[in-house]
Design a binder for this molecule. Structure first.
Ligand code: 13P
Length: 274
C-alpha cells in the first residue's frame, strides 16, 4: 500500500515537472541603448558586464547598440551576451541612403534586431505596414526580430489599449508563417511608460502581455501562443524587475535608461535567473 502511494506521488511530481518544462520560456533581458554611448563607452560597458552575465542556459541577454558599434562589440560580446541591432531596412539592397540592410547585419553575425519601436513609429513614421515589411526582411535574412507594440497615453485613457494592440499585432504578422514564429519575440512597451519613470503596474503589464498572447493564439494556435516570449518594456529598473518577471505572461524585459548602467544591467540580468 505504502509502495503504491509512493509511486503515485512520484508520477504526480514527474508530470508536474514535465508540464513546467513544456511551458518553460527562457527569460530574455535586453538593453536598448537607443542613441547613447560612444565607441569607448560601449566597449567599457561590455568589458564590465560580459563576465558577469548569467549563463545563457538560464537567461538570454542582449544589448541593442547603434549600428556602427556592431562590429567592435560583437568581437567582444562573450559567451552569455549578444549584441543586437536597433533597426534594419525592408529592402536587402539598393539606393536607400543611410539605411541598414539585413544582409549587412547578417554578415556581422548579428542575431537579433528590434523592429517597430515606438520611437521609430513616432519620429520616423513607421506604420504597421512598414513594421510588417521589416519583419519579413529580418526573417528572410535569418535575423530574429523583437517586435515592439504598445499604446499611447491617450489611447489607454480612452480604453483603446486592446484595439491598438490587436491592430499592431495583426498588421505586424500579416503573411508571417507559423514556422517563423519561433524566431520572434514580442515586446509590449506602453508608450506612456517609456523614459517617464511611470512603470505600468505588474498587473497591467501582465494583462496586456496576456492579451497579446491571446491574439497570437487567434492567429497561430495555442502551442505557438504558449511558446512565444513576450517582454515588458517601460521604465524597468532593478527595483521593479523581479515583480514584473514574476508574472505569468511576462518573459523578460526590454530596458532603456537603466540598461546604460553596467551595474544595473548586471543586476537585472541576474534577477531573471529563478
Ligand atoms: P526606458 O526603460 O528608458 O523607459 O525605455 C524603454 C524602452 O523604450 C526600451 O526599448
Amino acid at each position: 500500500m505504502m509502495r503504491q502511494l509512493v509511486i503515485v506521488v512520484m508520477i504526480v511530481i514527474a508530470n508536474k515537472n514535465l508540464k513546467r518544462r513544456e511551458n518553460y520560456r527562457k527569460p530574455v533581458i535586453a538593453g536598448n541603448w537607443k542613441m547613447f554611448k560612444t565607441r569607448d563607452e560601449a566597449l567599457f560597458f561590455i568589458l564590465q558586464v560580459s563576465e558577469a552575465m548569467p549563463s545563457s542556459k538560464d537567461v538570454e541577454t542582449i544589448v541593442f547598440a547603434q549600428a556602427p558599434l556592431m562590429r567592435c562589440l560583437i568581437k567582444r560580446q562573450g559567451l552569455n551576451l549578444k549584441i543586437g541591432a536597433q533597426n534594419l531596412f525592408y529592402e536587402d539592397e539598393g539606393a536607400f541612403t543611410g539605411e541598414i540592410s539585413g544582409p549587412l547585419l547578417k554578415s556581422y553575425k548579428v542575431e537579433y534586431v528590434l523592429i517597430g519601436h515606438s520611437e521609430r513609429r513616432a519620429y520616423f513614421y513607421e506604420t504597421d505596414e512598414i513594421v510588417n515589411k521589416k519583419i519579413q526582411a529580418a526573417l528572410r535574412n535569418t535575423l530574429r526580430p523583437i517586435v515592439c507594440v504598445g499604446e499611447r497615453l491617450e489611447e489607454r485613457e480612452n480604453n483603446l489599449t486592446e484595439k491598438v494592440l490587436e491592430r499592431q499585432i495583426k498588421g505586424a504578422f500579416e503573411g508571417v508563417k507559423a514556422i517563423d514564429m519561433k524566431n520572434i519575440i514580442i515586446a509590449y512597451e506602453p508608450v506612456w511608460a517609456i523614459g517617464t519613470g511611470k512603470t505600468a503596474t505588474a498587473e497591467m503589464a501582465d494583462d496586456a502581455c496576456g492579451f497579446i498572447r491571446n491574439e497570437i493564439e487567434k492567429l497561430y494556435g495555442k502551442l505557438i501562443a504558449e511558446e512565444i516570449r513576450i517582454q515588458y518594456g517601460g521604465s524597468v529598473k532593478p527595483e521593479n524587475i523581479e515583480e514584473l518577471l514574476s508574472k505569468e505572461n511576462i518573459d523578460g524585459a526590454l530596458i532603456g535608461g537603466a540598461s546604460l548602467d553596467p551595474d544595473k544591467f548586471i543586476a537585472m540580468a541576474n534577477a531573471a535567473v529563478k
